[in-house]
Design a protein around this ligand. Structure first.
Ligand SMILES: Cc1cc2nc3c(=O)[nH]c(=O)nc-3n(C[C@H](O)[C@H](O)[C@H](O)COP(=O)(O)OP(=O)(O)OC[C@H]3O[C@@H](n4cnc5c(N)ncnc54)[C@H](O)[C@@H]3O)c2cc1C
Length: 388
């Protein structure tokens, strides 16, 4: 029966349900794998808690799809995972040891339920998972990563930096996509960033980074990055986009959540006619609306774009004087005071729009919920994965 045995697959999936049991299973899997293959340990960051939880969630979902006898989505997901893991330097041998470690750990963990049928399902599922990842990695002939040199680092506000790099070779991506980034100050701690401009054939790329309170990598990016630093970027992910035939657009950007929306807006500038785009750009203080001048320039020559600045507080803190003045000449909508979800949904649900929301996970969730409560169809609202 193997992969057709839904009862056996359900037993395997249940072992990955959230809770102390699955924590122990995943912990023992990694210990076993690192013992079998010492090279693998060096591919992961020192603290593994996040990695373990991500792996548990991914495997729980994959086994759930197998139980439902759906193959298309897990195959696509695992193939992308395999292609993406090339940036860590994962080899075919590592996949082989992963397969052995995963099988042995599951069997030991489920010893009381381990029938011949469960064994059959486990062998076939684990072979399929590691086989798809290894096969997709092997078949991919594009580069596993892109290296680039930091050219400029501008501290545009206390917590935000604009960082421009030149990649050794140009990276193709769609405006609105994001990449995984590794910086020299924090080897092996990859973090997602969204390019703030469309792909450039000469290899120039720009990121906007906000330092998160207590955050490891973002504080180094904002505070310690220097021209000459070498960054490594993974292949692009994500599907945020504007359908030019899909009607008018609402964009909501919290702080550096502006980056992917700015890339999409810049890309739209290639066309003479576009759907109307209304962008709400929000931050805590007016001085943190760091890119208003660029938006003002784009809106000045592209009548389809209107921009509403929003800040939580009406005035600036004393440290604002240490950073560039972000106020553009008159031309944009008057700045509004309030939290983005409340300000945006004050105008209704924007249900007739394509809606794109970008920013920190809490702001994205709150904006999505506020718009849905006002009548926006949830399936018209796009955002990136809510991590953190
Ligand atoms: C698809 C995607 C695209 C992204 N693009 C950008 C971008 O273009 N520019 C940018 O500045 N950031 C972006 N991020 C966020 C970025 O990847 C990091 O999560 C963030 O910089 C924090 O990393 P850290 O190492 O400093 O914090 P960590 O050490 O990983 O985390 C420290 C603490 O901060 C919390 N935290 C993590 N991220 C956030 C957040 N965004 N808001 C509030 N709390 C958080 C964590 O839960 C944790 O408690 C993006 C994230 C995703 C998922």
């Amino acid at each position: 029966m193997g992969l057709e045995d839904r009862d056996a697959l359900q037993i395997l999936q249940a072992a990955l349900d959230p809770g102390p049991g699955s924590d122990d299973l995943i912990r023992r899997f990694y210990t076993h794998w690192f013992a079998l293959d010492t090279h693998v340990r060096d591919l992961f960051p020192p603290e593994l808690a996040h990695q373990r939880e991500t792996f548990r969630q991914a495997m729980h979902w994959v086994f759930g799809e197998f139980v439902a006898q759906r193959a298309q989505a897990p195959v696509a997901f695992l193939a992308q995972l395999g292609r993406d893991h090339r940036k860590y330097g994962v080899t075919q041998q590592n996949y082989d040891t992963m397969r052995r470690a995963w099988y042995t750990t599951m069997r030991t963990h489920l010893i009381d339920d381990w029938t011949a049928a469960v064994d059959d399902a486990a062998v076939q599922a684990i072979n399929l998972i590691s086989g798809i990842m290894a096969g997709a990695a092997d078949a991919e002939d594009g580069p596993p990563w892109w290296d680039g040199t930091v050219l400029e680092h501008h501290r545009v506000s206390r917590d935000v930096a604009v960082i421009r790099l030149h990649l050794d070779r140009p990276m193709p991506y769609h405006p609105g996509q994001y990449v995984n980034v590794q910086i020299p100050q924090w080897p092996r701690r990859w973090r997602y960033l969204s390019p703030a401009m469309p792909a450039d054939p000469d290899g120039f790329i720009e990121f906007h980074v906000r330092s998160v309170l207590g955050g490891m990598v973002s504080n180094s990016m904002v505070g310690e990055t220097r021209p000459g630093d070498r960054w490594r970027l993974s292949s692009p992910h994500g599907a945020l986009h504007v359908d030019r035939d899909g009607g008018d657009v609402l964009m909501v950007a919290g702080s550096t959540g502006l980056a992917p929306l700015r890339a999409i807006i810049m890309d739209l500038c290639r066309f003479g006619e576009n759907p109307r785009v209304h962008l709400f750009f929000g931050a805590r203080y007016p001085c943190e609306l760091y890119d208003l001048r660029t938006l003002w320039e784009i809106a000045g020559s592209n009548p389809w774009l209107s921009v509403s600045p929003v800040s939580d507080y009406p005035g600036d803190p004393p440290w604002a004087a240490d950073y560039p003045d972000v106020q553009p000449p008159r031309g944009l909508h008057v700045r509004q005071t309030g939290q983005l979800p409340a300000v945006v949904s004050r105008y209704g649900g924007w249900g007739d729009r394509q809606i794109l929301v970008c920013g920190g996970p809490a702001m994205v969730r709150a904006t999505r919920d506020a718009l849905v409560a006002k009548g926006a169809p949830a399936d018209r609202i796009q955002h990136d994965p809510l991590v953190g």
